[in-house]
Design a protein around this ligand. Structure first.
Ligand SMILES: [Ca+2]
Ligand SMILES: [Ca+2]
Length: 357
């Protein structure tokens, strides 16, 4: 039988069409996946950019607040009472009144939302301050304050020694029961001790003597002011990384105020908070005078740990684009007002820490 060349050609054409169809289907599928991937990447990038702008928004809020305070000649900084939330601009984000900014473009409408929350780190005890910035010397004044804070929280004060060893650069235990690297190396899942300043208070959970319940207490999870995004703790901060740190007595919680003196009972601390809600402390001597009225005298070294302004803040910024979220955390240090009332530095807001979650 003679072969039919037309039939043969048909078979070839049909085969080609089938192959082409398969290629087209594959191509269409790949293209669709790529388009989806591209828009997901685009949303991701935009969310990241929005989160970063959130940090910038926080910087400008803190800066304009500083300028406003300087124009008014104010030497104090405080969280306003709920009756007057317009008093301090930065505190509005803390109170949840001014935290979400929709970002829009002229043509496309809303492209996303950035939310920011600012937390006053100067209201907390500076835990890295247990060790001076040379990484070796223990600040004994700070260690006493930390012990008092732990007592106020009904936690064993020996934890302070373990935190010191976690931070200090040497390998010699500071306390009778505190531990150094060999202990952490001997764990089932061994790790190294930090032997440097903590980046975040959440590191506490890795330290000897701090179990889950203790960590929760130290972070203030039972405290009404606790927010999971507050860089780790209501009472403790890992910043500002300078030896000349101070606690803002106008914003510190009752627990933190109790770290100032052994004679500071919770009731004295509460009365100080009542006093500042009526009228914030205008100066540290205004505060120590009020303490003296309760029969409490402070040493000069302790007094130098107190301030009536805040200069360290943490910021959590979240950008959301089409359900894709990007979160950034930063710690910002604001230029402090010198005694002359002028801002001390040419870079009035400094980023001490920044991380993408
Ligand atoms: Ca040590
Ligand atoms: Ca050490």
């Amino acid at each position: 039988m003679k072969k039919d060349p037309k039939g043969f050609a048909l078979i070839i054409v049909l085969t080609l069409v089938t192959i082409l169809a398969a290629v087209v289907v594959e191509f269409a599928y790949t293209t669709r996946v790529e388009v989806e991937l591209t828009s997901a990447t685009r949303d991701d990038l935009q969310a990241y950019a929005l989160a970063y702008s959130g940090i910038e928004i926080a910087k400008s809020l803190l800066l304009s607040d500083l300028q406003e305070d300087q124009e008014q000649g104010a030497k104090i900084d405080f969280i306003p009472s709920e009756l007057d939330p317009t008093e301090e601009l930065w505190a509005q984000t803390q109170m949840g009144g001014f935290e979400s900014f929709p970002i829009t473009t002229d043509e496309a409408g809303e492209i996303g939302v950035v939310s920011i929350k600012i937390t006053d780190e100067s209201s907390k005890f500076y835990l890295n301050g247990l060790v001076k910035t040379n990484g070796v010397d223990v600040d004994t004044e700070a260690a006493e304050m930390a012990s008092r804070l732990l007592e106020a929280l009904e936690l064993p004060p020996e934890i302070v020694d373990d935190v010191i060893d976690w931070i200090d650069t040497d390998d010699t235990p500071y306390g009778l029961d505190s531990v150094e690297s060999p202990f952490y190396a001997s764990l089932d899942k061994p790790y190294e001790s930090r032997d440097s300043f903590m980046l975040s208070i959440s590191e506490l959970q890795m330290i000897h003597g701090v179990d889950d319940a203790t960590a929760r207490k130290l972070q203030g999870q039972e405290d009404e002011n606790y927010r999971k995004d507050a860089l780790g703790s209501v009472y403790l901060s890992a910043y500002p990384r300078v030896d000349s740190w101070a606690i803002n007595v106008n914003t510190a919680s009752a627990m933190v105020l109790q770290s100032i003196s052994a004679e500071m009972s919770s009731s004295v601390a509460e009365s100080l908070i009542e006093r500042r809600e009526e009228e914030p402390f205008k100066s540290v001597s205004d505060f120590t005078q009020e303490l003296a009225n309760s029969g409490i005298q402070l040493s000069g070294a302790l007094t130098s740990r107190l301030a009536v302004r805040s200069d360290v803040f943490s910021v959590r910024a979240e950008g959301v684009v089409h359900g894709v979220s990007s979160v950034m955390e930063a710690v910002l240090k604001r230029g402090t007002t010198s005694s002359g009332g002028a801002t001390s530095s040419s870079n009035p807001i400094e980023i001490l820490f920044l991380r993408v979650l």
